[in-house]
Design a protein around this ligand. Structure first.
Ligand SMILES: [Zn+2]
Ligand SMILES: [Zn+2]
Length: 262
């Protein structure tokens, strides 16, 4: 039995990742309308009624927009830390009390084991997640303005990782954003650039990672081809073989990725 991953949506306009085994299916974030997410779950051949849990990384709209709707419609438990619950409570609407799950430690849902780790972002208590099934591990790390030793340690040894490749720094600097927003994106609590993503991946990849997916691309400050090429070049410079070698691939803002199995 395999551990499977599909990115339903990834980008600054909305995020939703699906992870499953034969017995258990979870979403990480649900940052688009309930309708769109429900449709994309059906499009990839899954059943929205069989979602066992939604895990939330942080309270920004591009991660929580559909959380409340999906929880109410399909009676799905929602997991987030206490501060994130406080911050998203108003925006996601009422969630039935039995579906409010406050994360204080590692969590078991069906045959998945889920572990949160801290990231650096302008939200109250943002996290990335590691998801384990038997000896397999998937890591999700987006929305972080800097890469701490803790992040590197947390995502090492993953079989599949989704890494934020948000922007090209030059495109941000010469682009149309007002200066305050440029500072936010490039700052310590903003987002990871293509270069930072490449560096991070090159540091953690050598211990058996098979699949690396780039995600959370900015619509204004990046292109999929640029993100891919920048990261690929950094990996090749560091002596890492890519396609063939590790599988480096993209996720998309407006459609689902391929379905990967590890
Ligand atoms: Zn965010
Ligand atoms: Zn985001």
């Amino acid at each position: 039995m395999k551990l499977k991953f599909c990115s339903l949506y990834s980008g600054s306009s909305g995020n939703c990742q699906l992870i499953k085994t034969d017995n258990t299916t979870i979403l990480v974030d649900a940052g688009l309308s309930g309708k769109k997410i429900q449709q994309e779950i059906i499009n990839i051949g899954e059943d929205p009624k069989k979602i066992d849990a939604i895990f939330v990384t942080h309270e920004h709209m591009d991660h929580v927009q559909g959380v409340g709707i999906l929880s109410r419609r399909f009676d799905i438990p929602v997991y987030a830390n206490e501060k994130t619950w406080e911050a998203m409570n108003k925006t996601i609407g009422d969630v039935k009390s039995h579906n409010i799950k406050i994360i204080t430690d590692d969590v078991e849902v069906g045959d998945l084991f889920i572990q949160a780790f801290n990231i650096s972002h302008d939200a109250v208590k943002p996290v990335g997640y590691n998801i384990y099934y038997k000896n397999k591990k998937i890591s999700l790390v987006t929305d972080t303005g800097c890469v701490s030793e803790n992040i590197i340690k947390s995502i090492s040894d993953s079989d599949l990782m989704l890494v934020e490749s948000n922007h090209d720094e030059d495109m941000v600097l010469i682009g149309p954003y007002p200066w305050s927003l440029k500072r936010r994106v490039l700052g310590e609590f903003g987002h990871m650039s293509n270069d930072t993503a490449g560096d991070l991946i090159s540091k953690v990849i050598k211990r058996g990672t098979e699949i690396v997916l780039l995600g959370h691309l900015s619509k204004e400050n990046n292109f999929p081809e640029l993100a891919y090429k920048t990261v690929e070049n950094i990996l090749i410079q560091k002596g890492i073989d890519v396609n063939p070698g590790i599988c480096l691939d993209m996720t998309y803002r407006d459609k689902s990725s391929a379905i990967y199995a590890v």
